[in-house]
Design a protein around this ligand. Structure first.
Ligand code: FES
Length: 177
């Protein structure tokens, strides 16, 4: 069975990010973005935010409020690949629920959004699935993004193919429909 690495808190890269951006409150958003980007699992962990709070003298509560306000910040470890399914009205009408249901078939992901979460990550940390309210491409519904690349008129067959490719080519950086 594949060993799951525990996320590490990297003080040195946080120090470098602070040195580059300064300690003014106006730099907080950029600092948080860079800390998340530097984290192997693309998230802001609690220890990193506590450390940052001490180092730049901004209350932890303020850092949390910024991290929770912007949807691009993650407070949980993310998968290697991210699939975002649009759940807006146009996409829903064109079957985006079926696409999501297909992703719920991933191991241990059944009912993943039932407690109000807006994302889930597979236990092996390969895939994170998220939903979005609208990609602004309603005429081409249903719309899905895979690692930031937008795909239109997506079918359940294509979602199955994406998941199969991810499972088969875990080291391949570019997943194509
Ligand atoms: S509702 Fe899905 S792109 Fe607008």
């Amino acid at each position: 069975m594949k060993k799951i690495e525990e996320p590490q808190f990297d003080k040195r890269s946080i120090e470098e990010i602070i040195a580059l951006n300064g300690r003014k409150p106006g730099a907080l958003l950029t600092i948080l973005e860079e800390i998340q980007e530097s984290n192997e699992f693309k998230f802001l962990d609690r220890e990193a935010m506590e450390y940052l709070s001490d180092r730049i003298d901004i209350p932890l509560s303020r850092i949390y409020s910024v991290a929770t306000f912007y949807s691009f910040f993650n407070l949980e470890p993310q998968g290697k690949y991210t699939i975002v399914v649009c759940r807006g009205t146009a996409c829903h009408t064109k079957g985006s629920k079926n696409l999501l249901d297909q992703l719920f078939l991933l191991p241990k992901c059944k009912g993943a959004f039932e407690s109000g979460e807006s994302s889930f990550t597979t236990e092996d940390r390969e895939i994170t699935v998220k939903t979005v309210a609208c990609f602004g491409q309603c005429a081409l519904a249903p719309v899905v993004a895979v690692d930031g690349v937008i795909y239109n008129n997506v079918t359940t067959g294509q979602i199955k193919a994406i998941v199969k490719k991810i499972e088969e080519e875990r080291d391949n950086e570019n997943i194509k429909l």
